[in-house]
Design a protein around this ligand. Structure first.
Ligand code: PLP
Length: 407
């Protein structure tokens, strides 16, 4: 049974004052606890000023609080130093920064970029564009029959020509968690730049970059109880040294003359312009919140809910789960279809029961092509979900099946 005290947790989330809401779409974006909302509102009301600029106390203190969040993120990820933490708009921006600021300058025709067949478009399209710009080849670690990666050809895929290996930490469609250790070790062996898209992983599992074995990791605050508009790029210092800024302007420079400029130290050189200051305060509060509950406890809670849901959904006639049907190496994201009911129709019926799920291609169109479905419905769990949410989902699915005459 779920391990967290969901009654206490749900009391922290104003959205659950609506007792009829069964929110099962945290993989898209999580709900926000009062602690995050209030931290941001309080800072905006009483602590706000632009950072890195003013000599006056309010700006100095805003800068200190902004930088304290960088320290907090570094500790949260097990980074060696706060200088390894770059604030970005989200996982997407972090990956684009790496593709442009590193890949564009270093890749040559016939170099290889390796991703998996289960990437979100955020960890696919930037590499497609990089391949197009440089003549590099984009290749894929294939998905096996069991909705897990097939690593049998890894040696052939990751070789001396491989310059970038970018892999999801957890599929936002299948819930599959790939064997990162094996893939990252292969990347290390050939000196490739290895990147983990942690958008789904970091909010749900303890992730420690000191043992992860990757060169870089990205995630977004909004999937982890935090606000939109801010995310994190962590990278090893050697890799950050190799990275060129891709945005230029205020705050990222050291000196500027009429025709030239030099860059501020890392990480400021990657943060041109006024940063998301209020959002950073929200990210700090979100980390505090998640840490207070405990990342391993959250992971265990997800696993228990996933086990319960896989069992319960397994009994729903005509329901097909697209993803591993055991809890081994998978997170709390379950995609499904029901007979030939369009997932949007399914989601609309579920919504009438107060059950909020995602329907569509989940920004993973090539993966859905492999699954041979144009869309799926997707339920995803987080620290505030309960078995009652899953019971409501199952009941609503049975209702939908009856309405559409498939059960
Ligand atoms: N990667 C994965 C696996 C995701 O699920 C998402 C968002 O759904 C992203 C990347 C992109 O995150 P963002 O839109 O916050 O940049």
């Amino acid at each position: 049974m779920p391990l967290l005290d969901t009654t206490a947790i749900r009391a922290d989330f104003p959205v659950f004052e609506d007792r009829g809401l069964h929110f099962l779409d945290s993989a898209a974006s999580s709900q926000k606890p009062r602690q995050v909302i209030e931290a941001m509102a309080d800072f905006a009301a009483h602590g706000y000023a632009n950072v890195n600029r003013g000599a006056y106390r309010l700006s100095v203190s805003a800068t200190e609080r902004y930088e304290a969040v960088r320290d907090k993120v570094a500790a949260f990820l097990g980074a060696g130093s706060s200088d390894e933490i770059v604030f970005v708009r989200g996982a997407t921006t972090g990956i684009n920064l790496l593709a442009h600021g590193w890949g564009s300058l270093r890749l040559r025709p016939d170099d290889r970029i390796i991703v998996t067949e289960m990437e979100h478009h955020a960890n696919l399209v930037p590499w497609q564009m990089l391949a197009r710009r440089t003549g590099a080849r984009l290749e894929f670690i294939p998905l096996g029959e069991d909705h897990r990666l097939d690593l049998s050809g890894l040696d052939r895929l990751i070789d001396e020509d491989t310059k970038i290996v970018a892999v999801t930490g957890m599929s936002n469609v299948l819930g599959t968690i790939p064997p990162l250790d094996v893939i990252l070790a292969a990347a290390r062996e050939v000196g490739a730049f290895s990147i983990v898209d942690g958008a789904q992983l970091v909010p749900h599992q303890p992730v420690d970059v000191s043992t992860l074995g990757a060169d870089a990791l990205v995630f977004s605050a909004h999937k982890m109880c935090g606000p939109t508009g801010i995310g994190v790029l962590w990278a090893r210092p050697e890799r950050l040294e190799e990275l060129e800024p891709i945005e230029y302007g205020g705050d990222m420079i050291s000196t500027v003359t009429r025709y030239t400029a030099t860059w501020a130290p890392i990480p400021q050189r990657f943060e041109a312009g006024t940063p998301p200051i209020i959002e950073a305060i929200g990210l700090g509060a979100a980390i505090d919140y998640v840490e207070k509950i405990g990342r391993q406890a959250i992971a265990d809670h997800d696993t228990e809910l996933t086990r319960y849901a896989l069992d319960a959904l397994g009994d729903v006639p005509e329901l097909r789960i697209h993803g591993p049907v055991d809890t081994e190496s998978r997170g709390g994201v379950i995609s499904f279809t029901m007979a030939d009911i369009h997932p949007h129709d399914l989601a609309t019926i579920l919504d009438q029961h107060g059950v909020a799920v995602r329907a569509g291609h989940h920004c993973a169109k090539p993966l859905l092509e492999i699954l041979e479905v144009p869309a799926t419905a997707r339920a995803s769990f987080y620290l505030y979900n309960t078995t009652e949410d899953i019971d409501a989902l199952v009941e609503a699915l049975r209702d939908a099946g009856e309405i559409f005459g498939v059960i």
